[in-house]
Design a protein around this ligand. Structure first.
Ligand SMILES: Nc1ncnc2c1ncn2[C@@H]1O[C@H](COP(=O)(O)OP(=O)(O)OP(=O)(O)O)[C@@H](O)[C@H]1O
Length: 289
């Protein structure tokens, strides 16, 4: 069965989980053997830069859109089967970009990958409208807060004006006592509820670690939800998660199935890495207070 190739991941309000959804939906499809490219079309923000190794001289989407580099110069591997096209951090370079060049970039990636995800900036501006119109399908992302839902409505209208189509909604950072029910959010937005992604502290830690959440914490609640979303989107079975005799969860999808002691060592290593990341987050937050 043929499927849609280019998805825009969009929201009205910022900070609701678009980049997290782009990276983890893409990585889940890559785990399932699909060739995936994710593109940071939020040109002012460099959302994907933390997931790839860039130096100040590295080429980014800024260089491609200003005509100084080809798309191949700005493609970086994240893990197997998935690459990112990050935007850069320099505001001077950003000022030189021509967002219209995104048309050509998307056309080229469409031919070379099974799935292309465009991480779209929040708000209503030219940079936002263009990717919404270039995608075959737009996935709205919202937290279950009234303001985020309200702003998503604007993105929905913007998508229609740009000639795009919204496939459905992903509600992120859900809690058992979320402000509005998830079905009600989808009803208000007159679209389908594709997935709910629970609040999971590993999401923030994985950003500090520069690793996709579903690799960083493969069996956590958000990772499991992203894998289910990927499977639904691609029309494939969710990769299995097996449990060994000791009750340790083994993620087959992440290639971590194995016997007791190796799995235990891996688990201990992950716990230690989490502790390091948690203290780094606490330190970073207290130094900005
Ligand atoms: N399920 C989750 N549980 C807990 N924290 C989350 C979850 N999803 C995302 N986050 C955290 O919320 C913050 C915002 O997420 P993210 O960067 O993905 O949002 P965004 O919509 O792309 O933001 P922006 O509009 O600034 O690009 C990050 O710190 C991220 O780690």
């Amino acid at each position: 069965m043929s499927h849609e190739t280019v998805y825009a991941i969009a929201s009205g309000k910022g900070g609701v989980g678009k980049t997290t959804t782009t990276v983890n939906l893409g990585t889940a499809l890559a785990e399932a053997g699909k060739r995936v490219a994710i593109v940071d079309t939020d040109l002012g923000m460099a959302n994907l830069a933390g997931f790839v190794s860039l130096t100040p001289d590295s080429m980014t989407l800024h260089d491609v859109l200003s005509g100084d580099a080809s798309i191949d110069d700005a493609i970086y591997s994240i893990t197997e089967n998935i690459v990112a096209v990050p935007s850069g951090t320099s505001l001077d370079e950003y000022a030189d970009t021509s967002p219209e060049g995104l048309r050509e970039v998307v056309a080229e990636l469409r031919d070379r990958f099974d799935y292309v995800f465009l991480d779209v900036g929040a708000g209503v501006n030219h940079e936002t409208v263009l990717p919404l119109g270039l995608a075959d399908s737009v996935i709205l992302v919202s937290t279950p807060e009234p303001a985020a839902v309200h702003d998503s409505k604007k993105t929905l209208e913007l998508t229609e004006r740009a000639g795009g189509a919204v496939t459905g909604l992903v509600v992120t950072r859900t809690l058992p006592d979320s402000d509005i029910s998830h079905d009600e959010i989808a009803t208000r937005l007159e679209t389908d509820l594709l997935a709910t992604i629970p609040e999971d502290s590993a999401a923030r830690e994985s950003v500090y670690a520069g690793t996709p959440l579903i690799v960083y914490e493969p069996d956590g609640p958000a990772a499991v939800a992203y894998r289910q979303l990927a499977a639904d989107l691609a029309g494939i079975d969710v990769p299995e998660t097996a449990t060994d005799e000791t009750g340790t969860e083994l993620s087959v999808a992440a290639g971590q199935a194995g016997g007791g002691s190796d799995a235990d060592d891996e688990h201990d290593e992950r716990e230690a890495a989490h502790d390091d990341v948690s203290s780094a987050i606490t330190e970073a937050e207290s130094s900005t207070e």
